[in-house]
Design a binder for this molecule. Structure first.
Ligand SMILES: Cc1ncc(COP(=O)(O)O)c(C=O)c1O
Length: 412
């Protein structure tokens, strides 16, 4: 057995000689369309062609009737909240492993995030716990397809339908991938996408909200554009409170070029991730990335669970072997990562809406809320790879993981 690099042995892969491929998401088509946008002398979405066309083609790609562009994934989720229009103190149920971008829009609409625990076999929202969290104040469920793995959409759709609650999908990490043959983002009432730099398709920052409901679509368009009734004669008219999340023509141009590539990107990631899982199936003390039955994984990140040794030690040893690895993803359930939730730091000194008369109960965001989530995070090692990796890069990753796993007892 060869000595671990952490202990002075030779790294499994010498990345100074053979670095892993860095991602190159942008190319000539982006430059062409950006140039066209700049030459048009109009980078404002109204009056331009890029954002309009991007929205139309995004909707057609996903087979939905409406797509509304915005400035980030967080904005896309806020646009969804604008359509749902909760009352202050209404509750929105979501997952405990996510980016704060899922939670911020809930709070900005003065609703209260409620966290359902994580399913131990998919690392996504546990439908049984979602059911337990439902109260008369539940206004929506946000399903986060974590790392690119679909939530159990059959179960979540059934729960949402039975309680008459809209189901929103956070597809920030799960572009162009499917559950039971249908694209994620199209099975719930609203789907939200992030185009931040690391995502399967990217405009640096940006977002899209999709729906088949005409009423939601109309509200989303208005909400993201200050609720400004454009084109009306006479004094300006604005409707209910809105925001300005308008996408620029520059982002629309890059988005159009990216949309042409997203299927191939996800197909490649899916094949590479599945290859890694197959290679790890007999490695001791390792749980390869789970795939929800009926789903196809988009592998935004590759989540490995390590049961034989602390994840931090494992990630350090693996990184020394040349395979960059992180431990614990966000480290703690998202509610413990946010001062807005732990300490109620929201609007001035108010702690609104948590301690307002609008809230029907006091939720304490502490360690006891989602025990499965913490256990999974404690064992999680995340690996970054991209669509430009080759099969042999993946085989090296698997070889390095096997080398560390087989000597896990020497790590401590
Ligand atoms: C699951 C999830 N939701 C929401 C967001 C927010 O997206 P953005 O950073 O584009 O605002 C992210 C970003 O990483 C995410 O991963």
């Amino acid at each position: 057995m060869s000595l671990l690099a952490l202990h002075g042995g030779t790294p499994y892969r010498d990345t100074s000689l053979r670095p892993f491929p860095t991602r190159t998401p942008y190319g000539d088509r982006e430059i062409e369309l950006l140039t066209e946008a700049v030459r048009s002398q109009n980078l404002f979405r109204h009056g331009g062609r890029m954002v309009n066309e991007f929205e139309k083609r995004f909707a057609a790609f996903y087979g939905v009737t409406a797509a509304i562009g915005s400035t980030s994934g967080t904005a896309a989720l806020h646009v969804a909240m604008g359509a749902i229009d909760p009352n202050p103190g209404d509750e929105i149920i979501t997952g405990a492993i996510t980016d704060l971008g899922t939670i911020i829009p809930i709070l900005y609409q003065n609703a209260i995030p409620v966290f359902a625990d994580t399913h131990p076999e998919t690392y996504t929202l546990d439908p049984e716990d979602v059911e337990r969290q439902i109260t008369p104040r539940t206004r929506a469920i946000i399903a986060v397809h974590l790392f690119g793995n679909p939530c159990d959409m059959n179960a979540l759709s059934e729960i949402a339908c039975r309680h008459g609650i809209p189901l929103i999908e956070d597809c920030s990490q799960a572009h162009a991938t499917t559950y039971r043959g249908r694209y994620l983002g199209t099975m719930g009432d609203i789907g939200c996408f992030s185009f931040q730099q690391s995502k399967h398709m990217t405009t640096g920052d940006g977002g899209m909200t999709v729906t088949n409901h005409t009423e939601y679509a109309d509200r989303m368009r208005m909400f993201a554009d200050k609720y400004f009734y454009r084109g009306q004669k006479g004094p300006r008219m604005y409707g209910p409170l809105g925001v300005n999340y308008r996408m620029t023509e520059l982002h629309g141009a890059v988005g159009l070029a990216q949309l042409d590539k997203v299927s191939e990107t996800v197909t490649r990631r899916n094949a590479l991730g599945d290859r890694l899982s197959a290679a790890l199936s007999d490695v001791p003390g390792i749980v390869p990335a789970p795939v929800t039955p009926g789903g196809r994984h988009a592998y935004w990140l590759y989540p490995l669970r390590v049961t034989s040794t602390p994840a931090g030690l494992f990630a350090k040893a693996l990184s020394a072997e040349g395979v960059a690895a992180g431990a614990g993803y966000i480290g703690k359930p998202i509610f413990l990562c946010s001062g807005a939730l732990v300490d109620g730091q929201t609007y001035g000194d108010s702690h609104f809406p948590f301690d307002s008369p609008y809230a029907s109960r006091k939720i304490v965001y502490d360690e006891s809320l989602c025990p499965v989530t913490q256990r999974i995070l404690d064992e999680l090692v995340t690996l970054n790879f991209n669509e430009d990796y080759t099969a042999s890069d993946i085989d090296d990753m698997a070889g390095a993981i096997r080398k560390v796993a087989e000597q896990a007892d020497r790590l401590g």
